[in-house]
Write a protein that binds this ligand. Structure first.
Ligand code: SF4
Length: 399
């Protein structure tokens, strides 16, 4: 069932790159043991990467990204590189497929330079060894394979696993902040914007991580929060709420119980909480006519009173009193031109991997635009940002 699949933000993203004549599609199919590569032999048929979530032993859950042949995109060299860069921004491990009979051509070398520039671990799969069995390779980044006969495909997977493990994160969402046996109260509103019949990903991940850490998660709606706190025989070590309920929840939770949100924890997990906290201060500077980008990491069905399109613009208006020009982006479409914005407010990014989230943050910093996220922005607008950072002493002292 899809609900039980590892979310894409938690999967290692493995990108396959190379020229069409190197047999990249056949290598992708041989490695995954499935027909997932859609790139045909006819030039110009595929311009967008194809992705597929799967279990790939010995790696575990991965997202395979099959990119168009670098020589298949057409147009100017610069456009080709720009497209490739976009895919690389979320690639944890790159596989360059080349024809072993020709070695690396100029496009291949360009790709290797990009992997190195972006600090992405990579493997070079020298394909078609069946056609040239006398070819040898001595460099330890490369491996001779044949997608046609299956030669060294298992070894290629092991090589990818060894490289990809270099970037496997040991980070935790919340379990490292608490001790075994601690009680954590999770506030989960069930309103019209909540998906039917399930919890959203950050809530599921928090519960799972708390259980793994030996903590005791207690889940309630905000309407039962006071009752839940009264029923606890021992003081909760933290209350974690949906940020949208911050205003109400902060009034109910006693000051001596740490309070934070799923979105704030997610920003720390994805490595950009410090920047998000600094970025929230830009809300106070917003004035009439300023452009604000609200960006969400996935495309979901927008409900009435949706946070990105309805609530956040409303809260910004109430807080600043300014008439702002709000632009909404979602999914893979993070705008390339950011300098016109005075502020970017991003969602928790639970569906994006850490590399993609940090890339977005870096684009904002490079363009000189502060970027914050839903949780920190809502806490800031409610005047409780400091309080919600009490579990992170460095940041607490920064505010
Ligand atoms: S909008 Fe953002 S936080 Fe919400 S589910 Fe999508 S990626 Fe996760």
């Amino acid at each position: 069932m899809e609900m039980n699949l590892t979310p894409s933000g938690e999967r290692l993203h493995i990108g396959f790159f190379g020229c069409r004549n190197a047999g990249k599609s056949s290598v992708v199919n041989a490695v995954t043991n499935q027909d997932i590569a859609l790139v045909s032999d006819v030039a110009g048929t595929t311009t967008d990467p194809v992705t597929k979530a799967m279990e790939l032993l010995p790696l575990g859950p991965v997202l395979i990204i099959d990119t168009p042949g670098i020589d298949d995109v057409g147009g100017l060299g610069e456009m080709r590189v720009a497209r490739t860069r976009r895919v690389l921004n979320k690639t944890d491990c790159a596989v360059l497929v080349a024809d072993c009979r020709n070695g690396l051509n100029e496009s291949d070398k360009e790709l290797v330079a990009l992997f190195e520039e972006k600090n992405i671990p990579y493997v070079i799969a020298l394909n078609k060894h069946d056609l040239s069995p006398e070819t040898v390779c001595t460099d330890d980044k490369s491996i001779l394979i044949s997608a046609k006969t299956g030669e060294n495909i298992y070894e290629l997977k092991e090589k990818i696993a060894a490289s990809a493990n270099l970037c496997k994160s040991e980070k935790r969402l919340v379990g490292d902040l608490l001790n075994g046996g601690d009680l954590a109260v999770l506030v989960v509103p069930i309103d019209s914007a909540a998906p039917k019949g399930r919890l959203i990903l950050p809530q599921q991940q928090a519960i799972r991580d708390l259980l793994e850490a030996g903590c005791i998660p207690v889940v309630c709606r905000e309407s039962e929060l006071a009752q839940t706190l009264e029923s606890c025989a021992k003081k909760p070590a933290v209350v974690i709420t949906d940020s949208q309920a911050f205003k109400y929840v902060s009034q109910v939770v006693p000051q001596d119980i740490p309070l934070t949100s799923f979105s704030i924890l997610m920003a720390r997990y994805k490595g950009f909480l410090e920047e998000a906290v600094a970025g929230a201060a830009a809300i106070a500077q917003l004035k009439d006519g300023d452009n604000v980008l609200i960006s969400e990491g996935c495309t979901h069905h927008r409900q009435c009173d949706d946070i990105g399109s309805v609530k956040m613009p409303r809260w910004l208006k109430e807080c600043t009193g300014a008439e702002l020009n709000i632009t909404l982006s979602s999914g893979n479409t993070f705008p390339e031109e950011l300098s016109k914005y005075k502020l970017i407010i991003h969602c928790g990014g639970c569906m994006l991997n850490e590399r993609e989230m940090l890339y977005r943050m870096k684009c904002a910093l490079d363009a000189g635009v502060p970027m914050t996220n839903y949780g920190t922005a809502i806490a800031y607008m409610n005047g409780i940002l400091k309080r919600t950072l009490s579990m992170f002493p460095d940041l607490y002292n920064m505010v």
